[in-house]
Design a binder for this molecule. Structure first.
Ligand SMILES: Cc1cc2nc3c(=O)[nH]c(=O)nc-3n(C[C@H](O)[C@H](O)[C@H](O)COP(=O)(O)OP(=O)(O)OC[C@H]3O[C@@H](n4cnc5c(N)ncnc54)[C@H](O)[C@@H]3O)c2cc1C
Length: 485
């Protein structure tokens, strides 16, 4: 896509202001800098304009103008993404949807909520709480991240093991297409006939259309919840316990692990009374009807004890449960004590390969002299190694990029894949050909261009083009300069 001359941007800005008022069209250097990246701070690029719509009709006007001027549009929710998805790497318009934050309806009979996409994940569950219902996907970022961002990234969370990813919990989406047309995929009931366009849209990272409203599934709160904290003398033993619990027929709502480095950082930050001697901390949460929960609890306890667990605590009340979860949910924040920047990976491996993968991550970290802390959704083999570094140290950044590439390729080699929940964005676009055959990538390109023939929507993300690494028109990214794509 050829870049617009600055004078043309002035014309576009004037038309956007006429459509949305000046207050919601930002162009000053200071305002634009706020939107230079998402939670993946390696990739930084300033958009040319930031636009904050308040309705589907506003979004439609923006897309019509983007089409007229052929400028890229990068949708943005809260900007908590961890793969550079909301970073406007080709410039153009950054379309921020956080003003569209209404919960329009909660239907307690049909178990769904109808929301605008800028609403936060947690606000949906709060709105449904008076009916004892909630929205199951629970990314650790849920107090900030938006439903639109969750849909675009197919977000998961600690409870994905039992309740699925966002795609399993979305019934319909209202979308503004690249040409400005408004359409609805699914609705209050997910279509069971025809092509599954909701399925196509969820996880499309802003490349197929801009979601403006969504119908999301609500589920009833379980009658009983039991949460256990267990410490292990090695990650290997913790991993074996995880496999054993599933092999015994128990599907916990969540099984989450953190390693010793992370555990100690959390303890330094929050003083929760964690056991610093342990090599791994495992959280297992089971839930379901009152009848049967005691048996599951017994099975879980037997499994962890059989694998050399050092100490077990079951939460005795909500306060203790919240404190156990704090150890996991605050872990990335706590790692900020060790380095100014953290690069969180999102590889997936078969659950049974957990200890093999962890050992290999340690070897890779050592080879590149990169400090790596590990946080895992152990139950579904979703690893989040966090590579700690300083972005101002170019040699360190280079080693971090090389190590991260090796780790993700190792995940694919072990039978897993490049991402469990954070998406591809710009971060992993260079590695898509490692996980997919050229024919698969061609099918994705064909599908994408059927919706967006001019590639206006989030160019340079998710689906690689032959020029994706430092693609023409792209802002100069650190990762491209250090040639690690
Ligand atoms: C501390 C921390 C913890 C996290 N924990 C988790 C976790 O447990 N599980 C998990 O899955 N993720 C996690 N994440 C990553 C992130 O929060 C999720 O990817 C989340 O879904 C992003 O939502 P957002 O509103 O911030 O989207 P953004 O980051 O703003 O955007 C993400 C992508 O969605 C696109 N997009 C946004 N809105 C729309 C829309 N309306 N229409 C079309 N495209 C759109 C953007 O273009 C971009 O590609 C975590 C992030 C942080 C910082």
């Amino acid at each position: 896509m050829t870049r617009l001359k600055p004078t043309k941007y002035k014309e576009l800005e004037a038309e956007l202001i006429a459509a949305l008022t000046a207050q919601y069209v930002l162009s000053s250097v200071v305002d634009l800098a706020v939107y230079e990246c998402d939670g993946e701070s390696m990739d930084v690029a300033i958009p040319d304009l930031v636009v904050l719509p308040s309705s589907t009709e506003d979004v439609q006007k923006v897309m019509q103008l983007a089409n007229k001027y052929k400028v890229p549009v990068t949708a943005r929710g809260a900007g908590t993404g961890l793969s550079g998805g909301a970073t406007a790497i080709m410039g153009g318009i950054c379309l921020v949807l956080t003003r569209m934050s209404k919960v329009m309806a909660v239907d307690a009979d049909e178990f769904y909520a109808h929301v605008q996409v800028g609403v936060t994940n947690v606000a949906v569950s709060q709105a449904a709480a008076k009916h004892s219902l909630y929205f199951a996907p629970d990314p650790s970022s849920q107090i900030a991240s938006t439903i639109g961002g969750n849909i675009a990234e197919n977000a998961g969370g600690a409870h994905t093991l039992k309740y699925g990813l966002t795609t399993n919990n979305v019934l319909g989406v209202k979308v503004v297409l690249a040409n400005g047309d408004i359409t609805t995929f699914g609705g209050a009931v997910r279509d069971s006939l025809g092509l599954d366009l909701v399925g196509v849209f969820v996880g499309s990272e802003g490349t197929i259309g801009i979601a403006t409203e969504a119908w999301v599934r609500l589920i009833p709160r379980a009658q009983a919840v039991e949460t256990m904290l267990a410490y292990f003398p090695s990650v290997e033993k913790g991993g074996q316990a995880v496999s054993d619990i599933v092999a015994h027929g128990v599907i916990p709502a969540a099984m989450e692990m953190i390693d010793k480095l992370t555990l100690n950082c959390v303890e330094d930050s929050l003083s929760l009374g964690l056991n610093r001697q342990a090599e791994a901390l495992l959280i297992v949460e089971i839930d379901g009807p009152n009848a049967g929960i005691a048996t599951e609890r017994e099975t879980v306890e037997q499994c962890v004890r059989a694998h050399g667990c050092m100490e077990i605590t079951w939460a005795s009340d909500e306060k203790q449960r919240a404190s156990i979860w704090k150890a996991r949910k605050m872990s990335f924040g706590a790692l900020g004590r060790l380095a100014p920047h953290g690069y969180v990976l999102d590889g997936v491996i078969p659950r049974s390969k957990l200890s093999e993968a962890i050992n290999e991550i340690a070897v890779i970290g050592k080879r590149h002299e990169v400090l790596i802390a590990n946080v895992y959704h152990a139950g579904d083999g979703n690893l989040h190694p966090c590579l700690l570094f300083n972005r101002d140290n170019e040699e360190q950044v280079k080693q971090v990029l090389l190590a991260s590439k090796e780790i993700l390729e190792m995940c694919v080699r072990l039978g897993g894949t490049l991402s469990g929940e954070h998406g591809i964005g710009v971060e992993k676009i260079g590695q898509m050909s490692f996980a997919f055959a050229e024919a698969d990538l061609d099918a994705m390109r064909t599908l994408r261009s059927a919706f967006d023939p001019d590639l206006i929507l989030n160019p340079g993300k998710l689906v690689p083009t032959p020029k994706s690494c430092g693609e023409s028109g792209a802002r100069p990214l650190l990762r491209h300069r250090l040639s690690a794509c």
